[in-house]
Design a protein around this ligand. Sequence first.
Ligand SMILES: Cc1ncc(C[n+]2csc(CCOP(=O)(O)OP(=O)(O)O)c2C)c(N)n1
Length: 342
Amino acid sequence: MSPASPNLSVAPSGQLSAETCLKIHDLMLRARILEERLISMYKQGEGFFWIGGPGEEAFNVPLGLLVDKGAGVDHDYLHLHYRASGALLAMGANPVDSLRQMRNTATDPYSKGRNFAGHYSVREWNIVPVSSPIEVQFSIAIGTARAQRKGTGAKGITVVQGGDAGTAEGDFATALVWSSRKGNEIPLLMIVTNNRYGISTQYAGQHGYDQIADRGKAFGMPTAVVDGNDPEASYVALEKALHYVRTEKKPYLLEAMVSRLRGHSSASGANPVKGEIDCLERFEATIIDRKFIDRGEIEKRRAAFTQEMLDASAVVRGEPMPDPASVWENIYSEKNLVGGER
Ligand SMILES: Cc1ncc(C[n+]2csc(CCOP(=O)(O)OP(=O)(O)O)c2C)c(N)n1
């Protein structure tokens, strides 16, 4: 039942190489600055709503680096969360496109200016549209995982990610049941990023168990809890979980303990929150301590990304808004039915 030991790209100390650490740091920094730009845009009236990932970069960047990117069942399907900008950037997305979605310009490749910030969708990378109704992605993911189950010959697996409060929805339980039926298991990596809040509802008021991962045990699947503020621990935990699901074609439940650095969304102001661990600050201290980089170089990179995002904002400001007549495009409507208008 247990898989061959995963081929971990870490030293026995559990530490990643300098090269990998610097790559992760660069992406975490970019993801953080991107989110800061999106929040500024919202505050300046250049967008209607912000929700996103400050505090989840240490987990989401390794996720984006480790998935098998591509189109179709031979690559991984990703049913991501609206806080997964770190994963998206790590997969190679252009941050300008996130600004386009925030401003709802016609040039937004994720939704042609029709969806909220953070609601990515990239067909050529199997990134299924992020859903606003929380946790429904756990039901939808069953579909792609079934298309990749044992015996189909498909090489890819399905990864689904949601928040802690959303696990109280029936869709999460549906995924536990459907993924683990004996003899009919599906290759589904279920990820819960636990920031201990559902908008303003605290974890303790919502769940009767200490860890959400423990719920997987009743379904016979391997589970793990990882410090999602530690990119190295996250990298190793993800590598192990992905390896298991890929080789066994069975489900795995991984819970990452993360921070929520700007509150729930723009609805609560999107201002910095005190008392939370900042994964970026913590990782910077680590890599400076290991002499992989110095503070001066980090500040230089921060300034360069900040300028890059400011320049991108200026470009996006000049781009067109969607034509009102396009409102029926890419949705289900009678007008779009074969046979034409009624
Ligand atoms: C089905 C559904 N119910 C309620 C909401 C309103 N809502 C939006 S986000 C949210 C909290 C989600 O918390 P959690 O799952 O912990 O994810 P987080 O946003 O903290 O990452 C709620 C209740 C919704 N979007 N969809």
